[in-house]
Design a protein around this ligand. Structure first.
Ligand SMILES: [Zn+2]
Ligand SMILES: [Zn+2]
Length: 361
């Protein structure tokens, strides 16, 4: 079918909306009419993977328009939020850890279906698709039954869309991975959409001392509004000292979203022996990180978290319930744009004007 999609042509290129050809759904696939899609940092960094063109977008939400013959749990008219794809067959998937799927990279960044076929063509030529099993910077997209989380049709899809990646990444790092005790102390370094989602997760957990670190004053202001008890300007020379002073010796937990090596080192020296640092952000996929050996030997834990260690069909409904109960105000992060304004949404996200840009159709 003919659809409109935002095509990108390699690193740093802008998005151009044009007509493309999308396959009909295969037996295991679902055709979704996109209603809203969040813009996530990986949509920008992934442009470099596809120099020959691709349709990105991986926080899509919409309405099911058609289902393949083998699909049993979804039907036409269902409202769904799409998340990340996973194979369901490998050891981590069988263990209930789809975020550690051994096929995560090819299934989410491979640009093709698992059998190598392309779902999207432009003028007969294939372009990258199946991004996070969706490619939802488009009026319609194909996903799998496994990747589509059914939601209440009464709820606004422009609020639910970012739950598919950025929000579960931040909130899940706290609620699924770190699981801080009530009254504990937690630092979030970098309070963009992922960091603020982590902060909201920490508020849900009744963390006692909640510190936000960033270099953008507007973000720190929003962090304070959403529940940070302290904010620190990341440009200060003594960030770790300030954290140790506020917490009386070091924070129990740090969620590090910036991916900047010097900030990671600050994070590690901000926790006491026995403290934990979760790494969520990545600034440079080829980058290297140096840490003090002694700091780790003395019992500090530093580990990576992907997609907030989430099982989307379990975790997204949980966050929706918290949002409906007024305990997880994720709508405060969102600024909406029309799909045609995608390049404006990108520049507003890069300069901090928008925390979580969501495109609507
Ligand atoms: Zn798997
Ligand atoms: Zn993402």
């Amino acid at each position: 079918m003919r659809i409109s999609a935002a095509i990108t042509q390699g690193a740093d290129s802008s998005f151009e909306i044009q007509e493309v050809e999308l396959d009909e759904p295969r037996p295991d696939e679902v055709l979704v009419r996109t209603v809203a899609v969040g813009l996530c940092h990986s949509d920008l960094s992934a442009r470099g993977i596809f120099p020959d063109g691709a349709v990105l977008g991986h926080e899509g939400a919409g309405v099911v328009e058609a289902v393949g013959s083998a699909v049993t749990s979804l039907q036409v008219g269902d409202h769904v939020v799409m998340s990340f794809d996973n194979c369901g067959h490998c050891k981590p998937c069988l263990q209930g850890r789809p975020y550690r799927c051994l096929n995560f990279a090819p299934m989410n960044f491979g640009g093709v279906r698992p059998d190598g076929s392309h779902a999207i063509h432009v003028g007969g030529a294939p372009v990258g698709g199946n991004f996070f099993g969706q490619s939802s910077f488009a009026t319609h997209c194909l996903t799998t039954e496994r990747n589509a989380v059914k939601v209440d049709p009464a709820l606004p899809l422009e609020v639910l869309a970012p739950l598919g990646c950025g929000v579960i990444t931040g909130a899940g790092t706290v609620l699924n991975a770190l699981r801080p005790e009530a009254g504990s102390s937690l630092v979030v370094t970098g309070v963009g959409a992922v960091g603020l989602s982590a902060l909201l997760g920490a508020v849900v957990s009744r963390v006692g001392t909640l510190i936000a670190v960033d270099v953008v004053p507007a973000r720190l202001e929003l962090a304070r509004k959403l529940g940070a008890t302290h904010v620190i300007d990341g440009r200060d020379a003594d960030v770790a000292e300030q954290i140790r002073e506020i917490t009386g010796g070091g924070a129990d937990y740090v969620v590090e979203t910036s991916g900047v090596p010097s900030v990671v080192r600050t994070a590690v020296t901000s926790v006491p022996e026995g403290g934990s640092v979760a790494l969520v952000g990545i600034a440079d996929t080829a980058g290297e990180l140096t840490l003090g050996h002694y700091d780790l030997i003395m019992g500090r834990s530093v580990f990576g978290v992907t997609e907030g260690n989430s099982v989307p069909k379990l975790f997204i409904p949980r966050l929706i319930q918290l949002w409906q109960d007024g305990l997880f105000p994720v709508d405060e992060l969102i600024r909406t744009y029309r799909f045609a304004e995608i390049n404006q949404a990108v520049s507003d996200s890069l300069d901090g004007t928008a925390c979580k840009a969501v495109l609507t159709f």
